[in-house]
Design a protein around this ligand. Structure first.
Ligand SMILES: CC(C)(COP(=O)(O)OP(=O)(O)OC[C@H]1O[C@@H](n2cnc3c(N)ncnc32)[C@H](O)[C@@H]1OP(=O)(O)O)[C@@H](O)C(=O)NCCC(=O)NCCS
Length: 167
């Protein structure tokens, strides 16, 4: 299993988009499959935000995560934001989500202007706390209560993509 830029494997958008869209639709009434495909295409970058990563094998995609300039309407004062963290249900609990978040953080650490990262979550506060994230403040998205969390990114290295996961 590897972590790569989505830009290196855009063919996986077709598999990811319906799953991510189905996850978000009950929360965001404006979520559509076409919109999700378009959004993932906008993440086909390596050095400018937004950037998306995928966890994958040669033929299968297991999950995705992104780094964005903004992610929560009304909080454009905070940047950058890891977001779009999603692992295909049958591959959860194997460290893939944590590995994707690590790739995002390492990239962020290489951006001089990003001393702190912010993320928004409705219900994964405990999971992110295990990854070193701390509460920043409460907020809401699409009328649902959630929290902004904050973290200083991990030290950069040269292995943020193409990395083997051993779990
Ligand atoms: C959250 C998500 C990305 C985690 O992906 P994953 O690949 O299963 O994560 P990992 O394997 O790295 O971590 C799993 C561990 O976290 C634990 N965990 C899972 N959900 C948790 C939660 N809500 N709170 C605390 N711990 C949690 C698991 O029990 C497991 O523990 P273990 O390592 O002791 O066995 C995945 O569940 C997902 O895609 N959920 C739907 C989308 C989503 O909510 N994304 C986050 C948006 S803010």
């Amino acid at each position: 299993m590897k972590i790569s830029y989505l830009a290196e494997h855009p063919q996986f958008i077709d598999a990811l988009a319906p799953l991510v869209s189905a996850q978000l639709r009950p929360i965001d009434p404006e979520e559509t499959l076409d919109g999700r495909v378009e959004k993932l295409h906008a993440h086909l970058n390596r050095d400018i935000l937004p950037i998306a990563w995928i966890a994958h094998s040669k033929s299968r995609v297991f999950g995705t995560a992104a780094l964005r300039v903004k992610d929560l309407p009304g909080r454009e004062d905070l940047t950058p934001w890891p977001g779009g963290v999603f692992v295909v249900p049958r591959y959860r609990g194997r460290g893939i989500g944590a590995a994707l978040c690590e790739a995002v953080e390492r990239k962020a650490a290489s951006i001089d202007t990003a001393p702190r990262l912010y993320l928004f979550t409705l219900d994964k506060q405990a999971w992110y706390s295990r990854l070193g994230w701390e509460m920043y403040e409460s907020c809401s998205w699409c009328g649902h209560p959630g929290d902004i969390m904050v973290k200083s990114p991990a030290a950069p290295n040269n292995h943020s993509t193409g990395r083997q996961i051993c779990r």
